[in-house]
Design a protein around this ligand. Structure first.
Ligand SMILES: Cc1ncc(COP(=O)(O)O)c(C=O)c1O
Length: 367
């Protein structure tokens, strides 16, 4: 039994669990799930704890001070939880897509929520949220803004903590993680290249997300996938990318629940799909690890709601047993597909003209 000084002490050392993999696959390697969802909250707890501790140490955050961040998901929850324990006022800027469960948690932790009303023509909700964040920084001089999209400390947390925890199973042949800000996959990758030199770093993105040179399309997957490119995506750290559509990701969550007894969010389902295939195609006995960021409770009314899936044509969209190989930056991915990243510079990693977090913040005078 663990006896902890506070909930902050529980934000590390999450379990690694052996998985069977999808029914369609005969497994050759060992397939593991890294249960970041077994944190007090979820994967961003450990980064929230570290970034706030670091800001305290540097003097960027004074006792009883204000923390402001733009988020509609796990980062908001992590900051609110850590802020509650350490006595900070946390203000989260979000948009109407924020789910009721997260609203309830933020309110329970005593965080304030600023909701922007409408998306901007370019940069959509992200631009409006950053504008409001700028207003908050003016209204609360001295407020601390973690900058989850561009602050390299976010990668460092995974590099220093998560990667070491993963190597408890030995050499890792492939590490599979969904990409939102890029911090978890890229930070972990940097350390795994040293700790497990032959590792293959496999990114998972949503179809219709711009992060890996695809056109921006409406999507229902959240957590991973983005309409802007975050500064924390270090493309050089990633070997290949898989794109998964909404139905495939959501139905993979159902398989994860049915086969493994793990009730998780869409980014875990998408990673499970890809990792299960890799574990069927790798050397016998090789270790393939998938990152599972959050639990499924927030998605009770979407991923796990039959009526929702039916209404959006997502019921029974079972992914193929293997992905299609497509040409990076040329073909559009509409269902499970993959491509190696073009490290020879033949194709840019994201499409020219794509809005980056750095450009957005520069335009708003926040860079
Ligand atoms: C549920 C979930 N999965 C995956 C991710 C992607 O993680 P990262 O931002 O480290 O790329 C996020 C990011 O917020 C998330 O909330």
């Amino acid at each position: 039994m663990t006896i902890a000084g506070s909930v902050l002490d529980l934000m590390c050392d999450t379990p690694l669990v052996a998985l069977k993999g999808r029914e369609v696959h005969a497994r050759r390697g060992h397939l593991w799930g890294k249960l970041e969802l077994a944190m007090p909250g979820q994967m961003k707890d450990r980064v929230a704890r570290r970034v706030i501790r670091d800001a305290e140490a540097s003097g960027a955050l004074r006792p009883g001070g204000v923390v402001v961040e733009s988020s509609s998901g796990t980062m908001a929850e992590g900051l609110a939880r850590v802020g509650a324990v350490l006595g900070y006022r946390v203000i989260i800027v979000s948009d109407p897509r924020i789910d009721a469960g997260l609203r309830a948690k933020l309110s329970a932790f005593g965080a304030s929520l600023e909701i922007v009303e409408s998306p901007a023509a370019e940069g959509g909700w992200q631009r409006r949220r950053c504008e409001r964040l700028g207003e908050m920084l003016q209204r609360f001089p001295g407020a601390f803004w973690p900058r989850q999209y561009d602050n390299r400390l976010f990668q460092t947390v995974y590099e220093e903590e998560l990667a070491t925890e993963l190597t408890a199973v030995g050499e890792i042949a492939a590490f599979v993680a969904s990409v939102g800000s890029g911090s978890s996959i890229c930070g972990t990758a940097h350390a795994l290249r040293r700790l497990s030199p032959g590792v293959r770093i496999v990114a998972v993105d949503a179809t219709g997300s711009v992060q890996f040179h695809q056109p921006d399309r409406p999507r229902r997957q959240s957590g991973h996938g983005n309409s802007i490119v975050a500064g924390n995506i270090d493309y050089a750290a990633i070997d290949e990318v898989h794109w998964v559509n909404d139905g495939e990701a959501f139905n993979a969550c159902h398989e994860l629940a049915r086969r493994e007894g793990i009730f998780a969010g869409g980014s875990s389902g998408a990673a499970y799909l890809v990792a299960s295939w890799l574990a069927s195609a790798c050397q016998p006995g090789a270790n393939v690890v998938a990152l599972f960021p959050d639990r499924g409770d927030r998605y009770a009314g979407t991923i796990y709601d039959r009526a929702y899936l039916d209404a959006h044509g997502l019921s029974g969209v079972v992914a193929a047993s293997a992905p299609a190989r497509i040409r990076y930056g040329i073909d559009e991915a509409t269902s499970w597909s993959w491509a190696p990243l073009p490290h020879d510079g033949s194709v840019p990693c994201y499409a020219p003209g794509t809005l980056t977090s750095h450009r957005l913040l520069s335009e708003l005078g926040l860079a």
